[in-house]
Design a protein around this ligand. Sequence first.
Ligand code: SAM
Ligand code: SF4
Length: 482
Amino acid sequence: METGLGNQNGPIEEIIYDSETGQKLIKKGTVTFPPRKVFFKTFGCQMNYHDTERMLFHLKGLNFTQTEEKEEADLILFNTCAVRDLANTKFYSNLGETKRLKANKGRVVVGVGGCVAQTEGKELIKKYKHLDFAFGTDVIDSINDLVYRAYAGESKFKMNAWDRSENFSIETKITHGSPQAFVNIIKGCNKYCSYCIVPYTRGKEKSRKMAEIVEDVQRLVKYQGIQEITLLGQNVNSFGKDNNESLAQLILELEKIDGLELIRYTTSHPYDVSDELIAVHGIAKKLSRHLHLPVQSGSETVLNRMLREYTPEHFLNLCEKLRLANPNIVLSTDIIVGFPNETEEEFQQTLELLKKAQFDFIYSYAFSPRPGTKAAIMEDSLTDKERNTRLRQLQKYQLEIQTQIRSKLVGQTMRILVDGTNTMRGILTWKGRSNCNRIVHFHPEAVDQNYQWHWVDVEITSATGLSCTGKIKKDHGRIPPK
Ligand code: SAM
Ligand code: SF4
């Protein structure tokens, strides 16, 4: 029986029903898949979480449902991150644990995907006897073929080929019921910043066509109730270069979609932020008033060694232009502390930049040498201890800045999209993110009131450096007023 399921590259998937139990089974090639459970362990950035979501979507076609309990899983999949050593170490310790699980439970299939598998797939397969297969970042959409091969009896194989097709063409796949979706618009990165492993694990830059993305988002809004999208890529500012298109044009096209309320994008490279894009921040009605713009360092000499292609002055000038285009824009950044041979003076220049730029929040990391990158073999006089001391110093400094910025928010009313609850000292609060990406907590009007995915106006009554709390002014329900 042909069902219309299946994929172009592998054996067709078809639905059959067990004649005795009536249970739904999926037949793919020679293998029959009864209902099974998959456990995902994802490390790293939004891109990886998005890839995991895609894999779950595909695996539903092979009768898998997701479980949060590793012990009850039939299939365990790791989606790995190679950007810093910490995520790497966590992954290896998690992978080690699955050996015991497999020994206790018997037939559990274990696969490793993502950035670590892209570069080290072969070694992983060789070293970890209990690992069934490894797959790279470009074969996420072939997950069902890999799982099929494992259940057909093949073991210890890897697939980490690059996608050689000229264009990047996909359809966004989501399985959750939330009104927020990540939409991949560009993959890979051509920048080769000296510290970064991404170009080696995600390959060359390739953009989707604008028309395809617009259709994709129209479909998500119309049929899946999506109201907020985040356009994703390692350097979204490079979007469309090969097709004579731009991120600015894409945002203006997406704005026209009725029912789409909010557009975010991440991540940006300061060198590629165009005047056209800055202008769009001033005129686009649905574009978030928040921009994450990673600067990495406030020292010109360190930025040179990082191969970042801009100076601190250029970066601060961008911040100024963005604030001129939209005085309400909120900026955040990434900082790497302790780049090889960073001097005390160079570190102080980063603190100065933080003071001048007045970021709303930052993500900060101690430099972590990544094998194969230029920075990993640079001369380096710093110890890990010195790096960590500087990191704590920088975080303390920034927290004071953002505490000051946020204290001015008290009394303001913010509209948020509610995305969950928290319990603080036994008291339940609801929380969501504002248009400008601030996390806001509020107390429900009645204990049993459900605000999930409602648009709510909240008046801020107190604010710390990390979050705001307020009282609810108006609950608009699931559709915000025009
Ligand atoms: N594409 C983005 C950009 O251009 O900034 C970010 C990509 S990277 C996955 C996210 C962040 O990880 C970077 O902004 C950087 O701050 C940090 N990062 C990357 N490589 C690192 C390394 N070797 N050590 C410490 N932090 C690193
Ligand atoms: Fe890595 Fe971002 Fe630089 Fe690309 S632009 S190499 S992803 S830090």
